[in-house]
Design a protein around this ligand. Structure first.
Ligand code: FPP
Ligand code: MG
Length: 396
């Protein structure tokens, strides 16, 4: 029995009613559907024990380097213009620097791909080269984080968001103009670091990821009625907005290490599928998760008229849902009706299945990498595999 097939069986036997009933009937006191998610996650882990006997915390493997990157980010966004310096440095300050998931993935990927292609020179030279390459990898991680933060700053302007990472959004605190200008400044600083790598393909990959972020946001903003109900359009937009940055930067990690095109594509596939799985779980949590401030499902997407995978799947079972969605959600009763249909459908379950399919594809990319007996390489690969499980079982 194939791994993916076994996972589908596991989901098929996971009771979906509990989470849905809570969304529908007890929204005020709703507590997350984590037992179901965790049960599935544990099952994935059990299935994977042949690959991963030991639970490796992905963060702990690269914690020291993440501190170096955090420090560099704080210094690299400095400016002689005080307002610009404080705006650009806003999300790199202690306490609001975020989880640094992208730099973590990239550093783990850098080690996971550490399979020398050429005969290595004598000891001293080799050490210098290894150190130089690691610094180049850290730069890619740093650049990726700067692009990510710039996109969040822009996003908060478009979404008119008051908060981000538990503090006031930059646009809320300093205004839209300074927010947009400082995000542009972050992008230019990111490219100033990137050009020092003197690798045009890598520069082009990172430029593509910015173009995709912008395209994804515009796709979401300008979606036609037909595109709004298309799973294909939804997945493409999701790739652009959430998975393209991490997939292209994973590929960049492989390219600066002079890996083969095949290895670079496996790195790309890992990032792409991890990002897609992450967003699909995010879409589920928007309906089933418990927001700290509200104490119930936040329903942010639907309130903004954004139709995500759970509703798209529900619509396949109940096409009449589109009439309700077309009416918009100014009237909260429409949201309740959509949730009723969602509860009767397999929307959440099918979104979970899709997330798991992408998590499995991410794992497959790692297990397809050239063999290595190096302890660090194997640890990093295990950590990347474990990360897919964390993504699937997360509850916030
Ligand atoms: C979060 O969306 C936002 C993104 C993943 C990227 C948004 C991209 C842009 C605004 C284009 C501009 C980008 C650059 C680099 C100039 P969300 O609103 O769904 O999630 P949230 O809950 O984090 O706000
Ligand atoms: Mg937003």
């Amino acid at each position: 029995m194939s791994f993916s097939w076994r996972i589908c069986r596991i989901i098929a036997t996971t009771p979906r009613t509990r989470s849905i009933e809570k969304v529908l009937g007890f929204r005020e006191t709703y507590s997350l559907t984590s037992p179901a998610l965790h049960r599935v996650g544990r099952q994935i882990h059990q299935q994977r024990c042949s690959v991963s006997e030991e639970q490796l915390d992905p963060f702990s493997l690269v914690a020291d380097e993440l501190s170096i990157i955090t420090e560099r980010l704080r210094s690299v966004v400095g400016s002689e213009v005080p307002n610009l310096a404080s705006a650009a440095g806003y999300f790199f300050k202690a306490g609001v620097e975020g989880k640094m998931i992208r730099p973590m993935v990239l550093l783990l990927m850098a080690t996971a791909l550490n399979v020398p292609r050429h005969e290595l020179p004598t000891d001293g030279v080799q050490e210098t080269l290894t150190h130089k390459l690691r610094t180049r990898h850290q730069y890619i991680a740093e650049v990726t984080e700067m692009i990510h933060v710039a996109s969040l700053i822009h996003d908060d302007v478009f979404d008119d968001a008051d908060t981000r990472r538990g503090v006031g959004s930059l646009s809320f605190v300093m205004g839209n103009k300074l927010a947009v200008l400082s995000a542009n400044f972050l992008l230019s600083r990111a490219f100033a670091t990137l050009v020092t790598l003197k690798n045009t393909e890598v520069i082009s990959l990172m430029a593509t990821s910015i173009q995709n972020l912008v395209a994804g946001e515009i796709k979401q903003m300008t979606v036609t009625a037909e595109q709004r109900y298309s799973m294909e359009c939804y997945m493409q937009k999701t790739y652009y907005k959430t998975a393209s940055l991490v997939s292209n930067s994973c590929k960049a990690i492989a390219l600066v290490a002079d890996q083969t095109e095949e290895v670079a594509m496996l790195a790309f596939e890992y990032g792409k599928n991890l990002g897609l799985a992450f967003q699909l779980i995010d879409d589920i949590l928007d309906f089933t998760g418990k927001s700290a401030s509200l104490g119930k499902a936040s329903l942010t997407d639907i309130k903004h008229g954004i139709i995500t995978a759970p509703i798209l799947f529900a619509m396949e079972e109940f096409p009449q849902l589109s009439t309700i969605v077309d009416r918009g959600f100014d009237n909260p009763a429409n949201i309740d009706t959509v949730l009723e249909y969602l509860g009767k459908s397999h929307g959440i379950q099918r979104t979970m299945e899709l997330a798991m399919k992408h998590a499995n594809l991410a794992v497959a990319a790692i297990t397809s990498l050239p063999e290595s007996n190096d302890v660090d390489v194997r640890k990093s690969r295990k950590a990347l595999v474990n990360l897919t499980e964390k993504v699937i079982t997360r509850n916030k």
